[in-house]
Design a protein around this ligand. Structure first.
Ligand code: FES
Length: 157
Protein backbone atom coordinates (compact mmCIF):
# COMPACT_ATOMS: atom_id res chain seq x y z
CA UNK A 1 0.00 0.00 0.00
CA UNK A 2 1.30 3.42 -0.94
CA UNK A 3 1.08 6.32 1.44
CA UNK A 4 -1.64 8.89 0.82
CA UNK A 5 0.99 11.46 -0.21
CA UNK A 6 1.62 9.49 -3.42
CA UNK A 7 -2.04 9.77 -4.41
CA UNK A 8 -2.08 13.46 -3.51
CA UNK A 9 0.95 14.00 -5.74
CA UNK A 10 -0.75 12.06 -8.56
CA UNK A 11 -3.85 14.28 -8.18
CA UNK A 12 -1.64 17.35 -8.46
CA UNK A 13 0.02 16.03 -11.64
CA UNK A 14 -3.33 15.03 -13.15
CA UNK A 15 -4.66 18.53 -12.43
CA UNK A 16 -1.68 20.05 -14.27
CA UNK A 17 -2.22 17.95 -17.38
CA UNK A 18 -6.00 17.60 -17.39
CA UNK A 19 -8.03 14.42 -17.47
CA UNK A 20 -8.08 13.76 -21.22
CA UNK A 21 -6.87 10.31 -22.19
CA UNK A 22 -3.98 11.71 -24.26
CA UNK A 23 -2.50 13.01 -21.02
CA UNK A 24 -1.76 9.48 -19.78
CA UNK A 25 1.87 9.38 -20.93
CA UNK A 26 2.87 12.88 -19.75
CA UNK A 27 1.21 12.18 -16.40
CA UNK A 28 2.96 8.88 -15.82
CA UNK A 29 6.26 10.42 -17.02
CA UNK A 30 5.91 13.11 -14.37
CA UNK A 31 5.10 10.50 -11.73
CA UNK A 32 8.15 8.51 -12.72
CA UNK A 33 10.42 11.54 -12.59
CA UNK A 34 9.03 12.39 -9.15
CA UNK A 35 9.64 8.94 -7.66
CA UNK A 36 12.26 7.54 -10.09
CA UNK A 37 9.80 4.76 -10.87
CA UNK A 38 6.14 4.29 -11.68
CA UNK A 39 4.38 2.68 -8.72
CA UNK A 40 1.86 0.21 -10.26
CA UNK A 41 -0.78 1.44 -7.80
CA UNK A 42 -0.49 4.92 -9.26
CA UNK A 43 -0.78 3.66 -12.81
CA UNK A 44 -4.12 2.04 -11.86
CA UNK A 45 -5.16 5.20 -10.05
CA UNK A 46 -4.37 7.46 -13.02
CA UNK A 47 -6.08 5.08 -15.45
CA UNK A 48 -9.25 5.20 -13.37
CA UNK A 49 -9.16 9.00 -13.13
CA UNK A 50 -8.73 9.33 -16.91
CA UNK A 51 -11.38 6.73 -17.69
CA UNK A 52 -8.84 4.43 -19.34
CA UNK A 53 -9.10 0.68 -19.05
CA UNK A 54 -6.42 -0.46 -16.59
CA UNK A 55 -5.07 -3.19 -18.87
CA UNK A 56 -4.71 -0.70 -21.69
CA UNK A 57 -2.85 1.77 -19.46
CA UNK A 58 -0.57 -1.04 -18.35
CA UNK A 59 0.20 -2.07 -21.91
CA UNK A 60 1.00 1.55 -22.84
CA UNK A 61 3.40 1.81 -19.89
CA UNK A 62 5.11 -1.49 -20.67
CA UNK A 63 5.41 -0.57 -24.36
CA UNK A 64 7.64 2.36 -23.47
CA UNK A 65 10.81 0.87 -22.11
CA UNK A 66 11.71 3.85 -20.00
CA UNK A 67 8.93 3.17 -17.51
CA UNK A 68 9.94 1.12 -14.53
CA UNK A 69 7.60 -0.53 -12.04
CA UNK A 70 10.45 -1.15 -9.63
CA UNK A 71 11.96 1.51 -7.38
CA UNK A 72 15.36 2.64 -8.64
CA UNK A 73 18.41 4.13 -6.98
CA UNK A 74 19.37 7.79 -6.81
CA UNK A 75 22.08 7.13 -9.41
CA UNK A 76 21.06 5.04 -12.41
CA UNK A 77 24.17 3.67 -14.07
CA UNK A 78 23.82 2.25 -17.56
CA UNK A 79 26.74 0.30 -18.91
CA UNK A 80 26.68 0.02 -22.67
CA UNK A 81 27.19 -3.47 -24.03
CA UNK A 82 26.54 -2.69 -27.67
CA UNK A 83 29.00 -4.05 -30.21
CA UNK A 84 31.44 -1.12 -30.15
CA UNK A 85 31.56 -1.05 -26.35
CA UNK A 86 31.63 -4.83 -26.04
CA UNK A 87 34.73 -5.19 -28.23
CA UNK A 88 36.36 -2.45 -26.19
CA UNK A 89 35.79 -4.47 -23.04
CA UNK A 90 32.59 -3.26 -21.44
CA UNK A 91 32.03 -6.56 -19.59
CA UNK A 92 34.98 -6.17 -17.20
CA UNK A 93 33.59 -2.71 -16.36
CA UNK A 94 30.17 -4.19 -15.66
CA UNK A 95 31.67 -6.94 -13.52
CA UNK A 96 33.74 -4.48 -11.53
CA UNK A 97 30.64 -2.39 -10.87
CA UNK A 98 28.68 -5.47 -9.79
CA UNK A 99 31.39 -6.30 -7.29
CA UNK A 100 31.87 -2.69 -6.06
CA UNK A 101 28.13 -2.33 -5.51
CA UNK A 102 27.31 -5.86 -4.35
CA UNK A 103 24.87 -6.25 -7.25
CA UNK A 104 24.26 -8.98 -9.83
CA UNK A 105 22.10 -9.87 -12.83
CA UNK A 106 19.32 -10.67 -10.37
CA UNK A 107 19.75 -7.66 -8.09
CA UNK A 108 19.95 -4.30 -9.88
CA UNK A 109 19.54 -1.84 -7.01
CA UNK A 110 21.55 -1.40 -3.82
CA UNK A 111 19.68 -1.76 -0.50
CA UNK A 112 20.43 1.87 0.40
CA UNK A 113 18.68 2.92 -2.85
CA UNK A 114 21.77 4.82 -3.98
CA UNK A 115 22.60 2.88 -7.16
CA UNK A 116 20.79 0.98 -9.90
CA UNK A 117 22.97 -0.80 -12.44
CA UNK A 118 21.63 -1.64 -15.89
CA UNK A 119 23.00 -2.60 -19.27
CA UNK A 120 21.91 -1.08 -22.56
CA UNK A 121 22.52 -2.18 -26.11
CA UNK A 122 23.86 1.12 -27.49
CA UNK A 123 23.96 4.62 -26.07
CA UNK A 124 24.58 6.20 -29.46
CA UNK A 125 28.08 7.30 -28.52
CA UNK A 126 30.05 4.42 -30.08
CA UNK A 127 33.01 6.67 -30.97
CA UNK A 128 33.57 7.14 -27.22
CA UNK A 129 33.43 3.41 -26.38
CA UNK A 130 33.37 1.93 -23.87
CA UNK A 131 30.71 4.19 -22.45
CA UNK A 132 28.52 4.34 -19.38
CA UNK A 133 26.02 6.91 -18.23
CA UNK A 134 25.01 8.05 -14.78
CA UNK A 135 21.58 9.67 -14.80
CA UNK A 136 22.10 10.36 -18.52
CA UNK A 137 25.50 12.03 -18.16
CA UNK A 138 27.92 10.25 -20.49
CA UNK A 139 31.27 8.94 -19.24
CA UNK A 140 33.48 8.02 -22.21
CA UNK A 141 36.44 5.65 -22.57
CA UNK A 142 35.79 3.91 -19.26
CA UNK A 143 37.92 1.30 -17.56
CA UNK A 144 37.09 -0.90 -14.55
CA UNK A 145 39.30 1.31 -12.33
CA UNK A 146 37.73 4.53 -13.60
CA UNK A 147 34.26 3.07 -12.97
CA UNK A 148 35.23 2.11 -9.40
CA UNK A 149 36.60 5.60 -8.83
CA UNK A 150 33.38 7.10 -10.16
CA UNK A 151 31.39 5.10 -7.61
CA UNK A 152 33.62 6.40 -4.83
CA UNK A 153 33.04 9.97 -6.01
CA UNK A 154 29.28 9.46 -6.20
CA UNK A 155 29.21 7.93 -2.72
CA UNK A 156 30.97 11.01 -1.41
CA UNK A 157 28.72 13.38 -3.31
S1 FES B 1 27.85 0.38 -28.67
FE1 FES B 1 28.17 1.52 -26.86
S2 FES B 1 27.62 3.49 -27.45
FE2 FES B 1 27.20 2.34 -29.18
Amino acid sequence: MLEQSYYDKADEIIAEHGKQQAALIPIIQDIQSEYRYLPPELLSYVAEKLGINEAKAYSVATFYENFSFEPKGKYIIKVCDGTACHVRKSIPILERLYSELGLSHEKATTDDMMFTLETVSCLGACGLAPVLTVNDKVYPAMTPDAAAELIRELRGA
